[in-house]
Design a protein around this ligand. Structure first.
Ligand SMILES: Cc1cc2nc3c(=O)[nH]c(=O)nc-3n(C[C@H](O)[C@H](O)[C@H](O)COP(=O)(O)OP(=O)(O)OC[C@H]3O[C@@H](n4cnc5c(N)ncnc54)[C@H](O)[C@@H]3O)c2cc1C
Length: 121
């Protein structure tokens, strides 16, 4: 556990306490501090491994305004010849806010516009 704390740059005591809380919750079949109940058969056991989780850009609704083929539009009308933008580089298909996002819209824009742009270009 000490080695894991060193490698992940986590405070050793806090890491030990967190894992002990999870294991104890499993043994007693009670809720831990987060209201979770762990199956005693499936609780964490050594050897432990870790992965660092950090923030990332999920997707953006912003991007270049494009035609239905993915061709980039000029600000004042018309299309820019031979310039295509798809996926994360193109404007989102979910609207201008986060409320319109449907699961799959990110990949939809990448795959469908990519195909259309490939056929048109
Ligand atoms: C955690 C997470 C979960 C997601 N879940 C979903 C989901 O469930 N459903 C969904 O629809 N969408 C989801 N998305 C969004 C979706 O993944 C993106 O909208 C989509 O991958 C965008 O595709 P893209 O081809 O435009 O860009 P990317 O998939 O980002 O591809 C760009 C590629 O270009 C490479 N690259 C960058 N710069 C250079 C360079 N200079 N030279 C060479 N290569 C370069 C990158 O390494 C990368 O491989 C998720 C995104 C994240 C981060």
């Amino acid at each position: 556990m000490a080695e894991l704390a060193t490698k992940t740059h986590l405070p050793a005591l806090a890491l030990e306490e967190s894992l002990a809380g999870i294991a104890l919750a499993g043994i007693a079949n009670e809720e831990d501090d987060f209201g979770r109940v762990f199956d005693p058969e499936k609780r964490l056991k050594p050897p432990f491994a870790a992965t660092r989780v950090t923030g990332t850009l999920f997707h953006t609704q912003g991007g270049l305004d494009v035609s239905a083929d993915g061709q980039v539009k000029r600000k004042n009308g018309g299309l820019i010849p031979n310039l295509y933008a798809i996926g994360g580089a193109a404007v989102g298909v979910s609207g201008s806010g986060d409320a319109g996002y449907l699961s799959g819209n990110g990949l939809l824009s990448a795959v469908v516009l990519g195909r259309k742009a490939g056929q048109a270009g």
